[in-house]
Write a protein that binds this ligand. Structure first.
Ligand code: WT7
Length: 643
């Protein structure tokens, strides 16, 4: 069933921006003369001075990636000002609250005014081009306003997901030395409140760089305001004008930093710049979703993740779209919420994550069919491999076999989608992200870095740059080269494994490094380990991913306690709560196994391969354990496997 092919629908192809012939022509044009191709595409955004230099890329040595490098622009102008004459009264953002009775619509003209007012207030607080501003907000319109206001004044935003703990927030603020924090009193999710300002207050105890805090009033919940430091959003923007001179930015000036987890060390600040990122956001949003003027487009992600950056805010707004922003969760007040919102706002394009699809599948077709989905035209998936069962359910039940599914593979680092069907051009296979977009050059390599041809499986790399790729790790360019370009010389290594079939289709198999993907959220196993060993009862910990029916992967922890500490149920619960508090609820361990010993090589290296197999119940082929210092610990762990 997984190898079913679903042909392009003639009705979609006939009207699509890109049909099969057009796609071929684009791929050929880009291959023949990449500079000419991107010179043509760059005009999709507004430039104050058009670039003459298009591409300058070196994947060797110090690694340097520059696109449109002598161009001058401001991202907020592309997303706002240039739409005012043609679509000032069109809705830019439809906001749908956690509470099904609350929603709001913001036109391009209103959004422009709100962004300018905040940008003026930020300038008055002393925020200048190049300063870092941390945004810790729930899914309210203010989040988009804050991003665009940063872009307006040339400040680099760093959004921290509202589900992260005070400690996680603090370490991100410290790493990029943010001078301003924009937050809200509280967030709302699934009928519960999230104490954002209280978390921020705790984080700021260790963040001396932050001089000002702007607080949006959202729930009206009581918060403490520190005199001189904290300002209410409404008060500080009240007297400001509704126009604001946009800062002139070079195409390669940074637009934002977004922290993401890797296989080692603390989260790294992925840095994206202005021109190439915005061209890529616009190009991919328009073509992958076949977006047409007047359509309502909904991406269910949170702006705290890259999906929200590129496909709730920058891509759609650059394209003059109507983008829906949802504060809530798919399961509240009931499991029909997504479809109720689709019916209410007549959503045409819907983009969500496999974990949500799998969770909703459990309730059957009832909650879906209760709501009218006839407005839906295109469905999208992102964040993790989508299993064929979930794909087919999404296709048959949600989309009534009418809507193509675009399974979009990409990463925080890539800025936007790289591998995905184009709905009018590429036949679908359930579970496959299909083919690279024009301008994207993937390859599969073996562990020695040899490029593999034809139908095969290997490590997924990119042989050349595309405009939207990350430029560096904030403050640590050496780590950038080390992380992405040293495993396979001269190639960008994604950290993913993939299979390529006879038709050249890519099937992403998942991470091949020590990164796990829990419900579409990326987590470094090393981060969870360091949270565990920070607990006074823990001597050592090893964390691996385990298969999880809903979340894709769950967090499996092997914990060695300090001598004399009793492994009790109370302690187990305490450790689970501890990790949640240290990192945030998204890092909640799914299983903790007491491990009197861990399998180590004679040189002391933990053999994670073995731990992964035990957690996955794959103890048949454990492979070579002869290099272990104490082979006996393996049997002990198998015998006491949790769950
Ligand atoms: C990792 C990137 C892409 C934005 C959201 C996540 C996995 C992402 C797919 C997909 C299979 C996918 C990969 C990738 N992933 N999309 N369509 N099929 N796997 O961004 O947090 O940077 O995570 O998510 O493993 O490396 P991220």
């Amino acid at each position: 069933m997984a190898d079913d092919i679903i042909a392009v629908k003639p009705a979609i192809a006939a009207k699509a921006r890109i049909d099969a012939a057009r796609r071929e022509a684009m791929v050929a044009a880009e291959a023949k003369d990449a500079e000419a191709f991107w010179r043509g595409e760059m005009t999709r955004i507004a430039w104050m001075k058009e670039p003459t230099k298009i591409k300058s890329v070196d994947f060797h040595g110090d690694i340097s990636i520059r696109w449109f490098e002598d161009g001058i622009l401001n991202a907020s102008v592309s997303c706002l000002d240039r739409h005012l004459a043609t679509r000032g009264d069109q809705v830019a953002i439809i906001w749908e609250g956690d509470d099904p009775n609350s929603d709001a619509k913001v036109t391009y003209r209103e959004l422009h005014a709100r962004v300018c007012k905040l940008a003026n207030a930020m300038r008055r607080l002393g925020v200048k081009k190049g300063d870092r501003v941390c945004i810790y907000l729930p899914m309210i319109v203010e989040a988009a306003v804050a991003m665009l206001a940063c872009a307006r004044v040339g400040a680099i935003h760093s959004i921290v997901f509202g589900g992260f703990s005070p400690d996680s927030l603090a370490s991100r603020i410290q790493d990029s030395e943010c001078t301003l924090l924009i937050t809200a009193d509280e967030g709302r999710r699934g009928g519960r409140k999230v104490p954002l300002k209280a978390n921020a207050d705790e984080a700021l105890l260790t963040c001396p760089s932050v001089r000002h805090v702007i607080v949006a009033k959202n729930t009206g919940g009581a918060v403490e305001m520190m005199k001189g430091r904290d300002h209410w959003w409404d008060t500080i923007t009240a007297g400001e004008g509704e126009t604001c001179e946009p800062e002139k930015m070079n195409a390669e000036d940074p637009l934002f930093i977004l922290y993401t987890s890797g296989s080692t060390g603390k989260p790294k600040g992925v840095l994206h710049t202005t021109g190439g990122y915005l061209v890529w956001a616009s190009f991919t949003h328009e073509n992958v979703f076949d977006y047409r003027d007047g359509e309502v487009y909904w991406c269910t992600a949170d702006v705290g993740w890259v999906t929200g950056h590129t496909y709730i805010v920058y891509g759609p707004l650059a394209n003059g779209a109507t983008t829906l922003m949802f504060e809530g969760v798919p399961s509240w007040p009931d499991n029909g919420r997504f479809w109720q919102v689709c019916a209410k706002h007549k959503v045409n394009i819907f983009y969500t994550a496999p974990t949500a699809i799998r969770a909703l599948m459990r309730d059957g077709e009832g909650p879906v069919k209760k709501h009218d989905r006839s407005s839906l035209r295109i469905l999208g998936s992102v964040g993790e491999p989508i299993n064929p069962e979930a794909w087919l359910w999404y296709y048959r039940v949600v989309g009534e076999e009418r809507c193509p599914i675009v399974d979009t593979w990409w990463q925080t680092e890539t800025g936007g989608i790289l591998i995905s069907p184009l709905p009018g051009a590429v036949a679908l296979k359930p579970g496959s992200a299909t083919l690279p977009l024009p301008g994207v050059k993937p390859a599969l390599v073996d562990n020695e870095g040899n490029i593999l041809e034809g139908a095969t499986e290997g490590n997924l790399v990119m042989l050349d740059a595309w405009p939207g790729m990350m430029r560096t790790i904030y403050g640590d360019h050496a780590r950038f080269g080390q992380t992405y370009f040293s495993t396979f010389k001269g190639m960008y290594f994604t950290g993913d494994g993939a299979r390529r079939d006879e038709d050249g289709y890519y099937w992403i198999t998942g991470r091949v490094d020590d990164v796990i993907n829990v419900a579409g959220h990326r987590m470094g196993t090393a981060e969870v380990e360091s949270a565990l060993v920070a607990h006074p009862a823990v001597a050592e910990a090893a964390v691996v991913g385990m298969p999880h029916e809903l979340k894709g992967q769950g967090i499996y922890c092997y914990v060695t306690l300090k001598t004399g500490v009793e492994p009790t149920e109370v302690l187990r619960k305490e450790l689970v709560a501890w990790v949640r508090k240290e990192i945030g609820p998204i890092a909640t361990p799914d299983a903790i196994q007491w491990a009197p010993g861990l399998p180590k090589t004679r040189s002391g290296k933990i053999m994670r391969r073995i731990l992964r197999k035990i957690a996955a119940n794959e103890t048949e082929g454990l492979g070579d354990t002869s290099t272990l210092a104490d082979p006996g610990v393996v049997q002990e762990l198998i015998d006491n496997k949790v769950g």
